[in-house]
Every structure is written in structure tokens, then in C-alpha cells.
Design a protein around this ligand. Structure first.
Ligand SMILES: [Mg+2]
Length: 381
């Protein structure tokens, strides 16, 4: 059994409406999708959406020669071999390229064996998870929160019982919109905010004070992910849980965050942290430190479905009545590459099902990517 080709697809997609967070306005989203082709007539898929062009180059020049001809089921030896290529860049692009390829190898392996990927991770401990909306988002221009009430109402009608507002304008403005959301939605809806590195430590403390009565489940990435001294200060003083980890690549980065108690909730992204192999290591570290782990999910249909498989096996945590972690992050922005298989259904209780089809539960056809394809290459045996 051998890997016969590695293919990459650089895809890009304009957003129908610009959406903002504290860091940037999303007008166009891009990703590199990687396809591992095997001699079994089965392909596996992975992705990276953070640095797609640099990831593509590392995949082609460094990782493709390493995996071509190898047994696609050997996910652990191949992961170790890929880690062996790391040089000075140990927590960046190289790890993201390894992540994309590791995702694809696990998908291929599960499809070859005809089982859902979670079966290879030890078996599902749940068949549903509470989904939360990754949003509402800000809008460019005056009054960036103007669409938030209408967006929140639409999400509630879609079945969601948990929302994560993009915020970080100012502690005062953020507290005002979060309080009005609480009044609008009542106590039955879980609320979180994602600051996307928009605060200073003092602003984060002020915001948390102002929002104390709202009962947020967490405040996400108030500071830059590598601001360990800033997080050390916050974690001693803030009562609200701090979430983060989407930008961490490689187990040593998670080790540092856990030792420093940077985050109360860790959110590894499969396409950044090192793929499924590293994500299972992060889950084990989370168990050892008693920290809930849940996937960060903001990519194409591939990362979405891969993350459902990971969610099936993550440790359970009580999050305060009535919520149980892990939650599943659901990107509801009108992003065509996330919606290639339509919308994964949300039940009336706000949960989503974890698919049982082989691999990550979907099979992509390269032809489907053509409308968004900017560049494509293939390396063969
Ligand atoms: Mg985030």
C-alpha cells in the first residue's frame, strides 16, 4: 500500500459581505487543500488556511519527497519523520504544512480501513456535541455592532444555543453590546466573546469587570498568543475563563501555555497544531492539566468535518449547568468553501451529530474546487 501522489489546491473566495473582528476585515478567504492519493483508489484530504502559499511550498519541496511511496496508514512514523524536517521554524509555517498533511494521512487511513476517523482515534465518546456560532461579526464603518442583534436572532432561529461574538472595540462598547445580547437572548443562551488579540492586559481586566453580570463562558484571545507575561497577569486577576490556542503550532507551544496557565480552555486547530497526531497529544496534555480542549474551526469543509471527528474523542468537562464541553465551533459566515456540502444540520437543542461515514465523513472531488482554484500542482512517484 503506497502513496502515489501528493496534490495541492490553492483556493480563494471573495466574501459576499466584508466581516470584521478586532484584528482585520475579512474580504477574501484563502486556503491550501492537500490531497494524498493512494494506490488503493482512495484519497485523503487536509488543509491550512493561515499561510496557504508558504505551506504549499513546504509541502511540495520538503514533505512530498518524504511521503511519496510510503504506506499511508503509517501516520505515526510519517508524523515523526515530518517533525524531523523542522529547522529553525518550529512553531510556524513548517508545522502548519505538517498539520495539513497529517490530516490528509489520517483521512486516507480511515477511508482505506472503511471506518470513521474517530474509530482510529480510539472510538467516539459522544455522538453529538453542542455547536456554537463563531460570530456574530463586526461590520466595517460606523457602529460596527449594528448587525449583531439581527444576526443573533437569525442564529437562534437556526437552532443555536451558544454564540461567540467578535469584539475588542473597547471595554465600554464591548460590555454594552454583550449586555444587550444577554437581554435579547435570555439566560438560556451561552455567550462568549472572541477579542482576536484586541486588548491590552488592563483593557482585558476592565472588560471582564464590566461584563461580569453577563456570565460569559469565556473570553477568547484577549492578547497576542505569545504574550505569556500578559496572560500570566490576567490569569491571576480575571474571574472569567480565558480561551485560546488556535495559533499554537506544535506540542512545545501547548506545553508552554499549560505550564504558564495562559488559557483555561485550549483550542487547538487541526490545520495548525500538527494535525490529528499532535491534537491527540494536546488532548492528553489537557487531561493531565485538567484543562478543557475543543477544536478551533474556521476553514473549509475539510477542517470543519475533520474537527467533528476530533470532537468525538475529546475529554468531557462540565462547564456549569447546563453546558458540557467540548463545544463545536460552527462558522456560519457565507463562505462557499465551508459550504461545499451545504450546512451540517443543527438540532433543536443546539447540537450537531458526528458523522459515521469513512474518514472525515466527506469525499471531495477536485472538480468541485475549480470555481475557486488559483493554483494547482501534483508531485508523483
Ligand atoms: Mg478565535
Amino acid at each position: 500500500m503506497r502513496i502515489t501522489a501528493l496534490r495541492a489546491y490553492q483556493v480563494s473566495c471573495d466574501m459576499p459581505e466584508p466581516l470584521g473582528n478586532a484584528l482585520q476585515v475579512l474580504r477574501r478567504r484563502s486556503a491550501v487543500l492537500v490531497e494524498v492519493v493512494t494506490d488503493q483508489g482512495v484519497s485523503g484530504w487536509g488543509e491550512n488556511a493561515s499561510s496557504p502559499h508558504a505551506v504549499g511550498a513546504y509541502l511540495r519541496r520538503v514533505l512530498a519527497p518524504l511521503v511519496l511511496g510510503q504506506d499511508p496508514r503509517a501516520t505515526l512514523p510519517l508524523h515523526r519523520a515530518m517533525l524531523g524536517t523542522l529547522n529553525y521554524d518550529r512553531r510556524g509555517v513548517s508545522m502548519m504544512a505538517i498539520s495539513a498533511l497529517d490530516m490528509a494521512l489520517w483521512d486516507a487511513r480511515a477511508k482505506i480501513e472503511g471506518v470513521p476517523l474517530h474509530a482510529l482515534l480510539g472510538g467516539a465518546v459522544r455522538d453529538r456535541a453542542t455547536a456554537y456560532v463563531s460570530g456574530p461579526f463586526m461590520r466595517p464603518g460606523d457602529d460596527p455592532y449594528r448587525q449583531v442583534p439581527a444576526d443573533a436572532e437569525a442564529h437562534r432561529r437556526e437552532g443555536f444555543r451558544a454564540l461567540k461574538l467578535r469584539s475588542g472595540l473597547s471595554p465600554r462598547a464591548d460590555a454594552a453590546i454583550v449586555s444587550s445580547l444577554r437581554r435579547q437572548l435570555g439566560e438560556e443562551v451561552a455567550l462568549m466573546i472572541d477579542v482576536n488579540r484586541g486588548y491590552t492586559p488592563r483593557a482585558a481586566l476592565e472588560a471582564a469587570d464590566r461584563m461580569r453580570d453577563v456570565g460569559l463562558l469565556w473570553i477568547e484571545e484577549p492578547l497576542a498568543p505569545d504574550d505569556l507575561p500578559g496572560y500570566r497577569m490576567l490569569s491571576g486577576l480575571m474571574r472569567t475563563a480565558i480561551a485560546g490556542g488556535e495559533a499554537l503550532a506544535g506540542l512545545p507551544a501547548f506545553r508552554d501555555a499549560l505550564i504558564e496557565r495562559t488559557f483555561d480552555i485550549l483550542q487547538p486547530d487541526l490545520s495548525v497544531c500538527g494535525g490529528f497526531t499532535s491534537a491527540m497529544g494536546v488532548a492528553a496534555l489537557g487531561e493531565a492539566f485538567g484543562i478543557p480542549i475543543m477544536a478551533h474551526v474556521f476553514g473549509t469543509v475539510v477542517n470543519f468535518h475533520a474537527s467533528l471527528q476530533l470532537t468525538a474523542v475529546l475529554p468531557s468537562h462540565r462547564a456549569g449547568e447546563p453546558w458540557n464541553y467540548p463545544f463545536f465551533e460552527y462558522d456560519r459566515t457565507p463562505y462557499a468553501l465551508r459550504r461545499l456540502r451545504g450546512d451540517h444540520p443543527v438540532a433543536e437543542d443546539g447540537t450537531v451529530a458526528i458523522p459515521d461515514a469513512p474518514g472525515i465523513g466527506i469525499d471531495l472531488r477536485p472538480a468541485e474546487l475549480e470555481p475557486w482554484l488559483a493554483e494547482h500542482w501534483e508531485e508523483t512517484l
